[in-house]
Design a protein around this ligand. Sequence first.
Ligand code: FES
Length: 183
Amino acid sequence: ASTETVAQTDDGIRRRDFLDIAAIGAAGVGGVFIVYPLVSQMAPSKDVLAASSTEVDVSSIEPGQAIKAVFRKQPLFVKRLTDAEIAAANATATGSLRDPQSLEDRTKEGHRDILVTMGVCTHLGCVPLGAAEGEVKGEYGGYFCPCHGSHYDTAGRIRKGPAPTNLEVPEYEFTSDTVIQVG
Ligand code: FES
């Protein structure tokens, strides 16, 4: 009689294990279906992101100064270059650069002194220094990323350090002589 009891208990345990596993499996699968719609509702759709744009009035930016704005929830730097900064950018042989772009490639005709870049280091996404008054600009006079030491020149091009590419120039246009619309 005692042997029979053990056998029944064993069978009972195996059954419960199986039921537990089945229940966890069902919860897991259900979880995917329940969580996915919530996540997709929270994240802005691509259409919403594409539609968002930022206007910046550049008239108050003095030569050598930059202002920080926000574009698509990320820092945006808008700088008015001095003649010396323009000359420094143009004195560099574009072909020698890691990410070969001229100042002309990165600015608009008639507004070569206005440099619009994302304030996001292309290495791992830190915000470079140099846009605010008194911040270190790095060895090439533009922006400096303190996270791992990337140096960007006066045209926002990568010159030294681990960042692979220049600071991104977002899509933008001048809607008047003094106002740019980014995005
Ligand atoms: Fe800028 Fe690494 S994130 S150098």
